[in-house]
Design a protein around this ligand. Structure first.
Ligand code: GLP
Length: 244
């Protein structure tokens, strides 16, 4: 893993946005995989700034988001679609028809997961997948457990993950859906290049296990060790248990 360490969260966001911007400039028809969560918010703000100040264009790019809750509309403030509109899509020139999202309201969720896998394949696969990491080492909504799913699937969320996602549901974890759709670890590992971003001391332990620990379904992020093009963007607190 290629670890890139920065003093502050702001510097992580700036460097990561620059990294994404140069990938987009190099390959305007790039297929990006995108995460939600608090961590990428500053990076998305930087990308919107680069759009305004430097004319960075996403006009030929496509995006696939990692995951979405089951049972809420895309217009619900807790949905990941709503999050992405607010933090990124509204501020860049990505054509709506090339924004791809899992539909948590689909009547047949298994068919919806298969559709997503097919759409990714039809787009030629993901060129650059950005990732966050849950405090328990989850990636997308691939939660720790006895086994992991390779493909896009229907997942049950852990209580801790629901608590971590409560802010957009009035702070009440019981209002957070119990299920989500998520790209599988195999879907993620098929991307040509991966960039994981983690900030803050709360992530230090799972970052250390992801980088140094055994590959285990108990820490889904550890599977990234098997990919040949992974960059990890960290601030000092997130890297505090690594000797880098
Ligand atoms: C959610 C998302 C993950 C994300 C994680 C971390 O559970 N499904 O893709 O990585 O949150 O979020 P945060 O950045 O808020 O710590």
């Amino acid at each position: 893993m290629n670890i890139r360490l920065f003093q502050t969260e702001e510097l992580v966001a700036r460097a990561l946005a620059d990294r994404v911007a140069s990938a987009v400039r190099q390959r305007p028809s790039i297929v990006l995989g995108l995460p939600t969560g608090r961590t990428p918010i500053a990076t998305y703000a930087e990308l919107r700034r680069l759009r305004v100040e430097q004319g960075l264009s996403f006009a030929r790019a496509s995006t696939f988001n990692l995951d979405e809750f089951v049972g809420i509309e895309p217009t619900h403030p807790g949905s990941f679609r709503y999050f992405m509109e607010r933090h990124l899509f509204e501020g860049i020139d990505l054509p709506p028809e090339r924004i791809h999202f899992l539909d948590g309201m689909a009547p047949d969720l298994d068919a919806e997961c298969e559709r997503y896998e097919r759409n990714i394949a039809n787009a030629g696969g993901i060129d650059l997948q950005l990732l966050g990491i849950g405090a328990n080492g989850h990636i997308g909504f691939n939660e720790p457990g006895e086994e992991l799913m390779a493909n896009t699937h229907h997942a049950a969320l852990h209580d801790g993950t629901r608590r971590d996602n409560a802010a957009q549901f009035g702070g009440d974890p019981t209002q957070v859906p119990q299920e989500a759709l998520s790209m599988g670890m195999g879907t993620i590992l098929k991307a040509a290049a991966l960039i994981l971003v983690a900030t803050g001391e709360r992530k230090a332990r799972c970052v250390e296990r992801m980088v140094r620990g055994p590959v285990t379904t108990r820490l889904p992020a550890s599977f990234l060790q098997m990919h040949r093009a992974v960059e990890v963007f960290l601030d000092r607190p997130a890297a505090s248990l690594l000797s880098v």
